[in-house]
Each structure stands twice: as C-alpha cells, then as structure tokens.
Design a protein around this ligand. Structure first.
Ligand code: C2E
Ligand code: MG
Ligand code: MG
Length: 441
C-alpha cells in the first residue's frame, strides 16, 4: 500500500481517474493533485479495477466513452462491488446521456458528486473538487474495501478505521432502538422555513423529524421513517410529530409577543407542513385526533398542510381518499411532495384532492445547470398553475435558481439558500434576521 503513497499524500483524500486518453488523464491528475487530493490515473479498465482494489480511493472519476469497456459497464461493475467511493462522471457526450448515466449509477447504488463535461475549464474542475471535499467531509467514514492487515493501511485509512470503530459509526439502528427512542421522546423536530418566492415573506414551516441517538449521533430520516414503516411504528411516529409540531406552532405566537407587529402578524398566520406516510393514510383516528388537537390549541386547520409522497403504497385507497377529502373539507391543505419522482405522480394528482404541488429538489437543484431539469421545473409550474394549485419548489440552493423560479411564477420556495431546517429555539432569531435582510429600511 505504501508504495503508492508519498508520505505527505497519505492523509489526503484519494481520487482515481479512468480516462483512455493518456493526455487528458494526466492533465486531470495534475490539476486534481493541486487541489488537495492524492490522484492516480488509469487508461484502461483492468488497471482501474486493480488500483481500485489496492489503493481504495475515496472518489473515482469516470470517462463514459472508452474503447473496450464503456463507462456504463464500469458503473455496473462498481455497483456490483457495492463501491462506496464518490463518483464523478466526465464526458463530452450531451447532457441527456449524462443524465441517463446518472440514473443508471444511482440505480446501481452509487453516490454521484457531479459531472465534468469535456472540454473542461480549471474553474469548473476546481468548483467540482470543492463540492467533492465538502461531500467527503459530511460522509460517514468508509472502511477500506481491500482487506489488508491494519499495519499495511495508509495513515488516512487507519484514521478512517478508528472513526469506524468509534461509537459514531455503529451499525444502523434496530426497531428496538426506535421503539426505545419513541418511549424516551428522543424524536425531535426541526423546522424549515418556506417563503414567498417573489417577496421573501415567511409563508410557513415544514416540520422534519430528527433522531439524535445519545452518543451515537444522527440517524437520517429516510432510515428511521423506513424502519417505522416496516415495523408498524409509523402511525405512532406521525402522532408524535403532529403533537410536537402543533404544540410548537401554538407556542410560537406567545414567543413572538416581544417582536414587531409585522413579525407577530406573520407568525399568527404562518402555515405548518407535516409529512405523512402513505401507510398512515387509512388511519382515520389519526386525522380526527389531529383536527381535535388543532381545535384545542386554537389553530385554524387552514394553517395545516399535509405532505404526501408516493401513495402507491396505500393499503386501502378508498379509505385514504375519504380521509383526505374529509381533511380538505375541514380546511387542511394537501400537498403532493417530491413531485416528478414517483411513477404515479400524475395519476395521484388527478385522484386526490391536492391543493399544493411540491417540485422535487432533484430537479430544482439542477435547474440552472441542466436543460432537462429546467424543462421539468417549467412544466410542473405550468401544470400546477393550470390546475389552480399552489406551487412550491424545494431544494433552492442558490440565488440564480431563486431568480429563475421567480421568473416562472412559482409561489413559494424552500431550501438551503433561504434556510436549513432549524432547531425550535433558532426559529425566532432566524426570522428576525431574515426580516432585517428582507426589509432593510
Ligand atoms: P421531504 O419531505 O421532501 O423534505 C425535504 C428534505 O430536503 C429534508 O431532508 C430537507 O432537510 C432537505 N432539504 C431542504 N432544503 C434543501 C436544499 O436546499 N438542498 C438539499 N440538498 N436538501 C434540502 P430530511 O430532513 O433529511 O428529510 C428527508 C425526508 O424524510 C423528507 O423529505 C420526508 O420525506 C421524510 N421525513 C422527514 N420527517 C418526516 C416525518 O415526520 N414523517 C414522515 N412520514 N416523513 C418524514
Ligand atoms: Mg416534505
Ligand atoms: Mg420533498
């Protein structure tokens, strides 16, 4: 292992390049090395897979078009090995093909960090490498794929191994852990602001479940929501989330008492979005309880938005339709979340009484860089408008995207550019700072 590494390189993240053009590969390798990576370059698949095994890179950069073995075959084979390295796709092919390659890579369980269209500029590459470094920093540590004795591992690999053995990287939670967490009230909520696309005024908050295990750290919502769904705990979780969020919303007006009249009045009308699993839709008692809670807390049901994703999992479509229609009649709003990703989005949109359409963040995040995503965003806005629905875009990460959505006439936006999901006690300070930015006078 050490024969590949100069000592100074040992602690750097490793990037392995596969490019059949030796010149391009070498240039890329030099530029990558200047950006704080240890870089290696292979011109054929055999060398690539050998280095992959021996050197265990953190990132691989793949050229899609090569004689002998094309990039898609490499992707398939990386997927088969359950490769954990981040993937960069480089190619001179058009964006439609790049998009298809991306879908294929995701379907094979690979983690793509971005594209490098050829010919590339130094600035584009640098930007992509910065993003890669940020992603690597956020990732849970990966165990070396090569099963070498520990003394033969690089410094970086040993550091990673230590991290893997530390409690922060214990295996995923079990259903018993989740049961205990529910009993011990360890599931908390964070609130992500949703603002008016053209004025920036606060429209609402989306409640997002958070589970931080004592000494073990964050569990991703996708992981524990799926666990709850598989083991019959989802209704209880939804109940807990609803209770917490409604109590928080009722308390918000009290907390805002000391703020200016504008802040107070915006908080009195602010909406609350709750995510509801398709599996809970047949549970009439759950919704009746929610409406009752609203009444007890003095919250108008018009302020509550229920967000639903893929409803093909609905056990009893008729009961679900009844429940949702009843909720709409009582004033609650209904939002179709992650629109554009489910196979049956369109069918659901027509079948269920939605009042809001939420464009999936995967399209929004790429709206400024990819023509296909831009086309999807544009047509979802058109569709929403012609159906008289309110349109929200989630995943707004930069100003250019916000400007584009404004031009299209999108109603509300959510995303890191506006704010990440906030802990309850960070909400009012965020709002005050946001209002000061928005209305400097
Ligand atoms: P979602 O409902 O589509 O929520 C949006 C997700 O996108 C959140 O992830 C949010 O933190 C993230 N996000 C927001 N803005 C940006 C952005 O600008 N860029 C990027 N990259 N991401 C952004 P989170 O909190 O990890 O939640 C993931 C999913 O878990 C949610 O997706 C929702 O489907 C589910 N979930 C969360 N809380 C609950 C819950 O209480 N009940 C149910 N049934 N599902 C929940
Ligand atoms: Mg949602
Ligand atoms: Mg979503």
């Amino acid at each position: 292992m050490f024969r590949f590494m100069r000592p100074a390189e040992a602690a750097l993240p490793r990037l392995l390049i596969l490019d059949d053009e030796a010149m391009t590969g070498a240039t890329l390798q030099r530029m990558v090395a200047l950006s704080g990576f240890a870089a290696r370059h292979a011109t054929n698949a055999d060398d690539f897979f050998r280095l992959l095994k021996e050197w265990a890179p953190d990132v691989v950069s793949l050229d899609l078009v090569m004689p002998g073995m094309d990039g898609i075959e490499v992707i398939r084979s990386l997927g088969g090995q359950q490769q954990k390295a981040l993937l960069i796709i480089t190619s001179g092919v058009g964006s439609r093909i790049l998009e298809a390659a991306e879908r294929s890579a995701r379907a094979h369980g690979l983690d793509i960090v971005g594209f490098l269209p050829k010919p590339f500029s130094a600035a584009t590459l640098r930007q992509l490498l910065l993003k890669t470094q940020a992603r690597l920093a956020k990732r849970p540590p990966v165990v070396e794929t090569a099963s070498l004795p520990e003394r033969e591992l690089s410094v970086a690999a040993r550091q990673r191994l230590v991290a893997v053995r530390s409690p922060a990287a214990e295996p995923g939670p079990s259903v018993v852990d989740l049961r205990t967490a529910l009993d011990r009230l360890e599931i908390r909520l964070a609130y992500q602001p949703k603002v008016d696309c053209s004025t920036g005024a606060l429209v609402g908050f989306e409640a997002l479940a958070r589970w931080i295990r004592p000494e073990l750290g964050h569990v991703r919502p996708e992981v524990f929501i799926a666990l709850a769904e598989q083991h019959g705990l989802i209704d209880e979780l939804t109940c807990r989330v609803t209770d917490l969020a409604l109590a928080w919303l009722a308390g918000l007006a009290r907390e805002a008492a000391a703020c200016s009249a504008t802040v107070r009045s915006s908080l009195e009308q602010v909406q609350l979005s709750l995510n509801v699993s398709a599996l809970s839709l047949g549970n009439q008692a759950l919704f009746e309880r929610m409406v009752l809670r609203c009444r007890q807390l003095g919250i108008a049901s018009q302020r509550v938005v229920l967000e639903l994703t893929e409803t093909s999992a609905m056990q009893d479509a008729i009961t679900a339709l009844d429940n949702l229609t009843r909720l709409r009649l009582q004033g609650c709003h209904l939002s179709i979340d992650d629109f554009g990703t489910g196979y049956s989005s369109m069918v659901q949109l027509v079948k269920l009484p939605f009042s809001e359409i939420k464009i999936d963040k995967s399209f929004v995040m790429r709206a400024t860089s990819c023509e296909e995503s831009r086309a999807v965003v544009r047509s979802v806005v058109d569709l929403g408008r012609s159906l008289g629905l309110s349109i929200t875009a989630e995943g707004v990460e930069d100003e250019a995207t916000l400007r584009y959505l404004k031009e299209l006439g999108c109603d509300s936006v959510q995303g890191y550019w506006i704010s990440r999901a906030l802990a309850p006690d960070a909400v009012i300070p965020w709002l005050l700072a946001h209002e000061a930015r928005r209305l400097p006078h």
